[in-house]
Design a protein around this ligand. Structure first.
Ligand SMILES: [Zn+2]
Length: 229
């Protein structure tokens, strides 16, 4: 089978399948193994397929991230905390303690439980602080913040001013966490994604394009980290 490779992305291998009864170009990623296939009519030439695949490059890259091998939390493993590489190491501590780029954990308890608890705790502190600040800019109030391990969304806002966030956001760069907080806080004013809503996000957070793009592109890789003990 012919293959297409994208500019600057040698790892993205795309298999080309042409057949006479296909009428348009489609691009698919197998949910099973992440294999990428582009399908389309016989009469189109290679350059057409390549152009189409290039136009879907960022989508492909983010989809592909879900197929990265899992990383099991253990001593010696590196995880991002607020976007910074942090190495987990055993030490004589009772509770996890972060010093620079090292997170010290106790030998006495399961490592993944300790790290997960720690991430949730600091995630809660950061989110509570920043949501309060953003809500104040809007003259609103947040009633409750809940942290979950959600797969499909990074946050949500209910109409009784309760906000929900994925605690994995604490692994993302600080600005990305702040953007998600601003997004949910802006829903206190607008329960939709209208133009007014996005203007509110911009009003409390500033330009959010970079953070939104980061999340789209790199968000799935935050799910690589497996905390099951
Ligand atoms: Zn939203």
């Amino acid at each position: 089978m012919k293959k297409i490779f994208l500019e600057d992305e040698p790892d993205l291998e795309i298999f080309l399948r042409q057949n006479s009864n296909s009428r348009r170009i489609t691009l698919r990623i197998s949910a099973l193994d992440g294999k990428i296939t582009i399908t389309g009519p016989n009469y189109l030439d290679f350059a057409e397929f390549k152009k189409f695949a290039e136009s879907k490059k960022s989508w492909l890259k983010s989809k592909r991230k879900s197929f990265e091998p899992p990383i099991f939390i253990a001593a010696g493993v590196e995880i991002p905390i607020a976007g910074t590489h942090t190495k987990i190491l055993f030490s004589d501590v009772r509770e996890p303690k972060k010093v620079g780029g090292i997170l010290f954990v106790s030998k006495e308890k399961p490592v993944s439980n300790q790290v997960k608890k720690y991430l949730k705790e600091i995630g809660r502190i950061h989110l509570t602080y920043i949501c309060k600040e953003f809500a104040e800019r809007l003259g609103s109030k947040v009633h409750k913040i809940t942290l979950r391990d959600t797969r499909s969304r990074w946050g949500s806002c209910s109409n009784d001013a309760k906000l929900m966030f994925s605690w994995r956001l604490i692994m993302a760069p600080e600005d990305v966490l702040a953007y998600v907080a601003a997004h949910e806080v802006a829903h206190l004013k607008h329960m939709n994604h209208s133009k007014d809503f996005w203007e509110t996000v911009e009003y409390i957070f500033g330009s959010y394009k970079k953070e939104r793009a980061w999340l789209k592109q790199n968000g799935p890789s935050l799910h690589r980290y497996k905390f099951e003990s």
